[in-house]
Design a protein around this ligand. Structure first.
Ligand code: RB5
Length: 145
């Protein structure tokens, strides 16, 4: 299950992402927002972040105008590793190296064609499971070591 969250700046691109996931029969839960009306992105980042923290969603996709505010918010939540991506190379590395569990994008930054390729790359790339990456990820939340 993929958790989806956006604000008004990401709403239109999120509709494209949903159509794409529907076509691929990838299940998702849409946490909103549900229109172009102005909202505050932290509300949606937190709902998706919580679902990923609890395990009801294995990954999340967050979209705001730039992807910045929504990823900053998600990255303040323990266990959430949100990667703001505007290219497929970063989306792939975010999975291989960082085991990112949330993809963030900017609806005013990337076009739908590229965004959907980024989504596919993110969802299809497994974590490398390499020890050095495991150690670094562990150290993100354990500053004492
Ligand atoms: C909303 O206008 C915009 O500030 C928001 O979508 C996002 O880009 C913030 O980081």
């Amino acid at each position: 299950m993929i958790g989806l969250g956006c604000d008004h700046g990401g709403y239109e691109l999120m509709q494209e992402v949903k159509k794409h996931l529907d076509k691929k029969e990838i299940p998702y839960r849409d946490f909103g927002c549900y229109s172009m009306g102005s909202v505050d992105y932290p509300d949606y980042a937190r709902q998706v972040g919580r679902a990923v923290q609890e395990g009801s969603c294995e990954k999340g996709i967050l979209i705001c105008g730039t992807g910045i505010g929504i990823s900053i918010t998600a990255n303040k939540m323990p266990g959430i590793r949100a990667a703001l991506c505007s290219d497929c190379f970063s989306a792939k590395a975010a999975r291989l190296h960082n085991d990112a569990n949330v993809l963030a994008m900017g609806g005013r930054v990337v076009g739908a064609g590229l965004a959907l390729k980024i989504v596919d790359t993110f969802l299809d790339t497994p974590f490398s499971e390499e020890e050095r990456h495991k150690r670094r990820i562990y150290r993100i939340e354990h500053p004492e070591i």
